[in-house]
Design a protein around this ligand. Structure first.
Ligand code: ATP
Ligand code: MG
Length: 398
């Protein structure tokens, strides 16, 4: 690995997690990664290093605004698609494409039609005549980089929406740029300003895919599922009984004045898709940290979920930008740290109730008194516990 960066993005169980660990976690979790930045902090280098793990089962594409889909297909050895007529012919061509990792540098330069095909590649298929043809044999991932500059406001423009939908983890790499001591090392090593692409020829595709398959087979701890529900449903709740989702464009203007300063006006709930990415990233980070420790370590599930949430949510469009600007000097990560603090306090307050709820589930009987303990943004627990108690009951009858 040539990329160097010893800036800590988080700590889990006392172990530091770096940019390259997040990159590994994305490979492990099969999560698409987008690196934002405009300072030459090594985005392209890190993407190249990631490619290095996949031998020849990877492709690098440099985004240009004059590239059309025909040229894109040429670059991925699908130029014959032009002459293929039947879907059998197309399938024969696409079956030969075995890319596990597609790297797109300067993605924002791509025109929307090319971007669309690139996102399909990230998700493991190409689309021809409205039909999807799989590539990458079940494991495919996309890593993209680019400077977004003025063109980017997450929720409103076309690129912002497209990124939000298809890139699961979006990180501002300038925010976590290398330390001066890293720069010292980088500069002392060589002064070639080009990206180094040294391949040691070791193809780790199988190993990565196997680890990924193991990860997705793990069942998600119940605590993580509850936390994900909090992020999807708890954060949807407004004190006046309204739902942020239902408020649509009225949020955050419709938030009552006494809640204006709280996170109620600061953050939207996660989408189900983002909640899945959060759990996946959290599971992958846990696994990376276990690997670093070299022995089983106790990772606090709340901590791990919250850190994953931070890196999934920051650029996912859930934050109220005006409030981030006014209260956190535009710093999305600081904003999320505050949301995380509130969430941790909320969870601590609920610990006894959740424990009582789980006892209720075990007893297989719905107890309204216990359900009534969950109020406000925790009201979602009533539905979960009722469902689980009924399931337990049904299990017992069988
Ligand atoms: N963190 C780093 N570790 C190792 N090398 C680095 C690092 N950051 C930059 N470099 C070196 O500096 C040069 C520029 O890095 P790179 O092209 O990866 O930056 P970038 O973030 O992609 O920049 P841009 O936003 O301009 O595309 C390369 O020679 C690269 O090897
Ligand atoms: Mg670059």
């Amino acid at each position: 690995m040539i990329y160097k960066n010893s800036t800590e993005l988080m700590q889990l169980a006392g172990y530091p997690v770096y940019m390259s660990d997040i990159a590994d976690a994305c490979l492990l979790g099969r999560l698409n990664l987008f690196m934002i930045g405009d300072t030459g902090s090594g985005k392209t280098q890190l993407a190249r290093d990631m490619m290095d793990k996949f031998g020849d089962k990877t492709v690098y594409i440099l985004g240009r605004n004059d590239m059309d889909t025909r040229e894109l297909f040429q670059q991925i050895n699908l130029e014959k698609l032009k002459t293929a007529k039947t879907s059998a012919e197309i399938k024969e061509l696409t079956d030969k494409i075995n890319y596990h990792l597609v790297v797109v540098d300067e993605l924002p330069n791509c025109v929307p039609s090319v971007r669309g095909q690139l996102f399909n590649l990230f998700d493991g298929f190409v689309e021809v005549n409205g039909k999807a043809y799989p590539i990458g044999r079940g494991y495919s991932i996309g890593v993209a980089a680019g400077n977004l500059g003025q063109k980017f406001t997450e929720s409103s423009n076309d690129l912002g929406r497209a990124l939000k939908d298809r890139m699961h983890v979006i990180i501002d790499s300038d925010y976590f740029s290398p330390k001066p001591s890293d720069t010292l090392e980088i500069l002392a090593e060589n002064t070639n300003p080009r990206v180094n692409f040294q391949s040691d020829g070791l193809d780790q595709s199988e190993e990565i895919i196997n680890k990924h398959n193991e990860l997705v087979k793990q069942s998600t701890p119940f605590e993580k599922l509850v936390l994900a529900n909090y992020l999807v449903h708890g954060l949807d709740y407004c004190n006046n009984g309204m739902s942020k989702r239902k408020l649509k464009d009225q949020w955050p203007a419709a938030i009552t004045s006494h809640a204006k300063g709280s996170d109620e006006a600061l953050v939207l709930p996660l989408s189900t898709r983002a909640a899945k990415s959060t759990i996946r990233l959290s599971q992958a980070l846990d696994s990376i940290v276990q690997g670093k420790a070299g022995k089983p370590v106790d990772i606090n599930l709340l901590e791990s979920m919250m850190q994953a949430y931070k890196f999934v949510a920051a650029y996912s469009g859930v934050l109220n930008d005006a409030s981030v600007d006014a209260n956190y000097s535009g710093d999305k990560y600081k904003t999320l740290d505050a949301v995380i603090q509130t969430t941790q306090a909320q969870v601590q307050q609920q610990e006894d109730n959740i424990r009582a709820g789980l006892e209720m589930v075990k007893s297989r009987k719905v107890n309204q008194k216990i359900l009534d303990r969950f109020t406000g943004r925790w009201t979602f627990m009533r539905d979960i516990l009722t469902y689980l108690a009924q399931q337990e009951g049904a299990k017992n009858e069988n």
